[in-house]
Design a binder for this molecule. Structure first.
Ligand code: SAM
Length: 215
């Protein structure tokens, strides 16, 4: 068993995009593919934990610039081959210590990353992220709703309230992965000290939280 998130996703890189082929999620995915890109029109966007670039391919064509960061070189080799990802600046690095000193962005997008941030780190992490934002910048987190009978069941919960799943990979290995399912109220509370404009949107399988950094 491994709880090292970066190693898990590096090992999963080649099979990661299977999650975007689940038949029951196609309707949601098409809706989000329409909903998301216009939010980043003409913006300088930092995409955190961009992975295989599934969302990057829709954002990059409308944004002014996209800097996509991920810890895994393996996922980026897939992302770079996507037609929509031309012109993206790829940065291999740790989302908790981004090698982007002095850079400020109009927007941040992170898909399926928020749910992997330990609860106890969230307030500090969001304020760290604020350090990369211009006043008025938009931040959008997209992530999974827990859907009984469809989501991977939760296998553990720690003292801080973080929940975990036991996930198998095609090579037979299993990985204990931190995966949280925040409520709308928890999300709102987290940003209320630096944002007066935020909204929560759901589809059948996904949620998105969209807020403006007051600056
Ligand atoms: C669930 S995937 C999401 C990928 C992509 N955003 C998407 O929506 O398809 C999580 C990503 O986080 C990356 N990751 C894990 N730990 C990281 C860290 N400390 N810093 C940067 N990226 C990390 C993994 O390599 C993986 O690509």
């Amino acid at each position: 068993m491994s709880i090292e998130m970066k190693d898990y996703y590096a090992a999963r890189a080649k099979e990661y995009d299977k999650i975007y082929a689940k038949p029951e999620r196609q309707e949601d995915l098409r809706a989000i593919e329409q909903w998301l890109p216009p939010k980043f029109a003409d913006a300088e966007v930092l995409e955190v934990a961009a992975g295989t670039g599934y969302w990057t391919q829709f954002i990059a064509p409308v944004a002014k610039r996209v800097v996509a960061l991920d810890a895994s070189q393996e996922t980026f080799s897939i992302a770079k081959s996507r037609a929509g990802c031309a012109g993206v600046d790829w940065v291999v690095g740790d989302a908790y210590q981004m090698p982007l000193a002095g850079q400020k962005f109009d927007a941040v997008f992170a898909g399926f990353w928020f749910s992997h941030i330990p609860l106890e780190k969230l307030p500090g992490y969001l304020s760290y992220l604020n350090g990369f934002l211009n006043p008025g910048a938009r931040v959008i987190f997209l992530d999974n709703l827990y859907v009984e009978g469809n989501s991977t069941p939760l296998s553990d919960r720690d003292a801080a309230g973080n929940t975990y799943q036991t996930r198998p990979l095609a090579d037979g290995s299993t990985h204990k992965v931190l995966k949280n399912y925040p409520t709308e109220l928890e999300l709102s509370d987290l940003v209320s000290s630096f944002s007066r404009q935020f909204s929560y949107t759901t589809w059948q399988y996904y949620w998105a939280f969209d807020y403006r950094f007051d600056g």
